[in-house]
Ligand binder design. Structure first.
Ligand code: ASP
Ligand code: MG
Length: 453
């Protein structure tokens, strides 16, 4: 049996965190592959250094050394600590040279290289902590392991076939020899061997890619919350942990608001039906949330309600929309050129409406205005909108489900600005203004989830 165990930044945020993580890894059965995020705060710190344009890296290096060696000192015995500090210093020296080399800054992969350095340091630290706990552990960076990335800097994704091929050479022999590899999360290497990150929070996705590539039996995501919740506990007092979900429900929730998992985590594991356990390393005895494809049908209508804030609806008006087949395609093309994410689309005879982030409105309008003069009559923008994502197993196969949900929205005194329904059988997504979002989430939770869990 092989389990891939991923530890997030707060789970390896201190000596105590590393120690707890090592206990969890030691306690697990079968072969284990560990994937780590950077220690909490490190990625933000590296990114703020990049943003500052500063070229003297002494302070950054001193602070990273302090953070990692400080944690290791409390956990490692003298002999291991000395060896660890030797390795850490070699890595920090290489990082210092990189940060101070102003010529490499123009490399399109420079930012990805720097922002992924925290994972390289935490992987080494974690590996030594596991050795202290008596495990035969080796650290591997994504390049060495063979995690292949495609896409663009800061927003890569994995080439699953190439990664599977390479991991069968690099990881399998290690596992067969009883070793516990610790691999850097967050990034892979592109075709030229340069680091490409998977977007913020991307270590969850790395772990899922690795689980896929080596046909793991389980993926465990160790984080700082008890699992997926029925709603954001800051909005709903009575929000509870969800014990079980299927892949589709988890993918919708991860994408549309719940910040528990990187949104792409589900894709690679779903393909191979690898169950995922989301667990709290600060409460390892808790059940967490299990995500798999065999979940028993639920009685209650909704499983969870997520909300995505700071969105805008762009409505393009044109009497040509229904009659000119290429019209919709060219509008979508323009939005595609702006390289923004569209969260929902809705059409009518003479309008097409898109939901995008508030920050992307300018770019989208600029591109839409390039469409030929008389094709578009008007473009309307409604900002400060929220997407409510109501998730429930086979929600849309249930007769009357939408009516029940929207009656609660009416009770919350909210106007529905846009609806995206029917595209997914497990979620009903609709837009309300930001000032009604809390009331809507509470009304849906109280009406359909409440004490039923
Ligand atoms: N360290 C990276 C971040 O903060 C990746 C991760 O934590 O998953 O975004
Ligand atoms: Mg995370």
């Amino acid at each position: 049996m092989i389990t891939v165990m991923k530890f997030g930044g707060t789970s390896v945020g201190s000596a105590e965190g590393f120690r707890r993580a090592a206990e969890i890894v030691s306690g697990g059965e079968g072969s284990k592959v560990v994937v780590v995020s950077a220690m909490s705060g490190v990625t933000n710190y590296l990114i703020s250094f990049l943003d500052s344009g500063e070229s003297n890296a002494d302070e950054v290096i001193a602070s990273l050394r302090q953070k990692h060696s400080g944690a290791a000192q409390d956990v490692l015995s003298e002999a291991l600590l000395e060896e660890y500090l030797g390795v850490l210093d070699i890595r920090l020296q290489a990082l210092k040279e990189l940060l101070e080399d102003t010529e490499v800054r123009s490399d399109p992969y420079f930012n990805d290289n720097i922002s992924s350095q925290g994972e390289r340091l935490s992987a080494v630290t974690m590996s030594y902590v596991l050795r202290e706990a008596g495990l035969d552990s080796v650290p591997l960076c994504s390049e060495e392991a063979g995690i292949h990335a495609v896409g663009c800097p800061g927003a890569g994704f994995a080439d699953l076939d190439l990664t599977s091929r390479d991991l069968s050479y690099t990881l399998r022999p290690l596992l067969e020899n009883g070793k516990v590899p610790v691999i850097t999360g967050f990034y892979g290497k592109n075709g030229n061997g340069k680091p490409m990150t998977f977007g913020r929070g991307g270590s969850d996705y790395s772990a899922a890619v690795i689980a896929h590539a080596i046909d793991a039996d389980f993926l465990e995501i160790w984080t700082d919350v008890d699992g997926f919740m029925t709603a954001d506990p800051r909005i709903v007092d009575g929000a509870k942990t969800i014990d079980e979900m299927n892949f589709s429900e988890a993918a919708e929730l991860a994408y549309f608001g719940a910040k528990v998992l990187h949104p792409r985590t589900i894709e690679p594991v779903r393909r191979k039906h690898i169950p995922v356990r989301v667990k709290n390393s600060f409460n390892p005895r808790g059940e967490g949330t299990i995500i798999h494809h065999l979940r028993a049908p639920q009685d209650e209508l909704l499983r969870s309600v997520a909300v995505k804030t700071d969105l805008s609806i762009i409505t393009v008006n044109s009497s040509e929309i229904a009659y000119r087949p290429r019209m919709v395609a060219s509008i979508i093309d323009r939005i595609g050129d702006a390289n923004v994410i569209v969260y929902a689309i809705s059409t009518s005879l003479s309008t097409i409406a898109f939901l995008i982030h508030n920050n992307d409105v300018k770019d989208v309008l600029r591109n839409l205005n390039r469409l030929e003069g008389d094709e578009i009559e008007r473009i309307d923008v409604k900002s400060n909108m929220c997407l409510i994502c109501a998730v429930g197993d086979n929600l849309l196969d249930r007769c009357g489900a939408s009516a029940e949900i929207f009656s609660k929205v009416r009770d919350a005194n909210a106007n529905v600005e846009l609806i995206s329904e029917g595209a997914s059988t497990v979620s009903l997504n609709f837009v309300v203004s930001m000032d009604r979002a809390t009331a809507v989430v509470r009304a849906l939770h109280e009406g359909f989830i409440g004490d039923l869990q």
